[in-house]
Design a protein around this ligand. Structure first.
Ligand code: PLP
Length: 485
């Protein structure tokens, strides 16, 4: 367990014994620089041209507030530092994040984990390099591989048919693939899944080492794991070479703020990754987003932030326990499969997930994370209160007592189909193509990335054969882009 006395106020219970006592891991260099920037305005002749809101539509200023407008700036001022190359307060903030996550290098990213994944693919794979990827990867991983031209080998996660979702990735399946194809030098898995299902990353990491393959873990939905021992262990502690975290999803940062980490013993070259980030990243990173990453790390490292996290975990446990007494309600649990318990995937008998989402939103003013035909996903977040969970439970109990006309939509989100690859991803993407009616496309080769958001998992990729089973997943499409015959 952690011994973080030193600069931290209270005893902290996450096992983070790598933080040196001389570092105040709760300090906020970038936030402080931003406060200073806000409080010491200068006469400005620079971008952004709205000049602290004066050149904006007043309604917009009213909507977001003057304080936000005043700090809407990019990394051009000495006292704030720059992201590429890293300098000043931004560099200090990145260094504190590196310490908090115990990595070789941590990069701040303002284009979400999408840009982090693109950069990893761009930096670490070359045309025709063989990579092994879990099929439930986010579409940004694929986009990265279209850019790099690497050859994709799929690992299909287990499927939880009862819940119509992807389950874990079997380490033995990865070993089998690596044994059979010794050219695979990069393995890329998503952990946890959108619904919180966890794979055995420790074993996967050992297998990768055995076959001399590097391991990237897209942990976009697991950025809290380093900060509480009741949550699964982060891949950063289990030997991954690179890990991606969407701090904006659950870590308390602003939307689009993410981190890309290189593991402590990572074999990846940080300069290569930094170059790729620089090429793909905006040249005007929002300081507001960067400062929110500084704030999120400081918060999660502080005793108050850890109390918030503990509350989120306790609320999830409370919900899970109370939900058992609600008629017809089922909650995906650790008894079904290893899980991050803060992700609550629930379903009612005789009620589709879409239907439940609609009822909660329209009758009870509750917004959920996502809904599929099968169930809905709710998150127990840092910012949720026990009272909110009491309200949710009351509403679910109410719903369980009502009779609803069942209207299954057949809108399927999770593509539980084994892909049949007939052409290289990049070649198919750039091949001559045509648009044809959805119902004429069976038997043709897809030439576009089709993925519904959320969760952004691909249904069809360039180079894959379109089959009858794909049609239910294409409900929002009239025409499909295919390779010209
Ligand atoms: C597993 C996974 N990776 C990456 C991303 C992309 O993250 P972002 O929205 O931060 O760009 C998502 C988005 O939902 C995701 O679910």
């Amino acid at each position: 367990m952690l011994s973080m006395t030193g600069m931290l106020e209270n005893k902290i219970s996450f096992s983070n014994n790598f933080i040196s006592e001389s570092v105040d891991i709760t300090s906020t260099p970038l936030l402080d620089a931003m406060l200073n920037y806000k409080n010491s305005p200068m006469t400005g002749f620079h971008i952004p041209g709205h000049n602290r809101g004066l050149g904006m539509h007043p309604k917009f200023v009213q909507l977001v507030g003057n304080d936000v407008i005043k700090i809407d700036t990019t990394d051009e001022f000495d006292n704030l530092g720059t992201l590429h190359p890293e300098s000043g307060a931004i560099q200090e903030a990145q260094e504190l994040a590196r310490i908090a996550y115990d990595t070789k290098k941590t990069f701040f990213v303002t284009g979400g984990s999408t840009i982090a994944n693109l950069a990893l693919a761009f930096a670490l794979s070359a045309p025709y390099d063989e990579v092994l990827i879990s099929r439930n990867c986010h579409r940004s991983v694929l986009t990265g591989l279209i850019i790099s031209g690497a050859k994709v080998n799929w690992i299909i996660p287990k499927k939880l048919d009862k819940w119509s979702i992807f389950g874990n990735i079997e380490a033995d399946d990865i070993e089998e693939k690596l044994k059979r194809n010794r050219n695979i030098k990069l393995v890329w898995v998503t952990n946890p899944t959108y619904e919180g299902v966890v794979s055995d990353i420790e074993k996967i990491s050992q297998i990768c080492k055995k076959y001399k393959a590097s391991l990237i873990v897209d942990e976009a939905h697991g950025c809290l794991w380093n900060f509480n021992d009741e949550l699964p262990k982060s891949a950063l502690r289990l030997g991954a070479d690179a890990v991606v975290h969407s701090l904006h999803k659950t870590g308390g940062a602003m939307t689009q703020a993410s981190m890309l980490h290189l593991g402590k013993d990572s074999g990846f070259d940080e300069v290569r990754v930094s170059h790729a980030l620089k090429l793909l990243h905006t040249t005007s990173p929002s300081l507001l987003l960067l400062a929110s990453l500084d704030a999120a790390r400081a918060n999660l490292s502080s005793s108050s932030g850890q109390n918030m996290l503990q509350n989120a975990i306790d609320n999830a446990k409370y919900f899970r326990s109370c939900a058992k007494s609600i008629d017809k309600l089922q909650v995906l649990s650790n008894e079904d499969i290893a899980l991050d318990l803060t992700k609550l995937f629930i379903k009612f008998e005789n009620l589709s997930g879409k239907q439940l989402e609609y009822i909660l939103e329209h009758d009870y003013s509750i917004e959920v994370e996502s809904a599929s035909d099968e169930g809905i996903l709710l998150l127990s977040n840092l910012g949720n209160t026990k009272e909110e969970f009491d309200y949710l439970l009351k509403c679910l109990s109410d719903i369980s007592k009502k009779e609803f006309k069942h209207f299954k939509t057949d809108d399927k989100i999770m593509p539980l189909i084994d892909p049949e690859i007939v052409m290289n991803l990049r070649e198919a993407y750039f091949a001559p193509k045509e648009y044809i009616n959805k119902y004429d496309c069976v038997g043709r080769i897809s030439s576009e990335v089709i993925a519904l958001c959320p969760p952004g998992i691909s249904i069809l990729l360039p180079g894959e054969l379109i089959k009858e089973e794909h049609l239910p997943y294409l409900f929002s499409y009239d025409k499909i882009e295919v390779i010209k015959e």
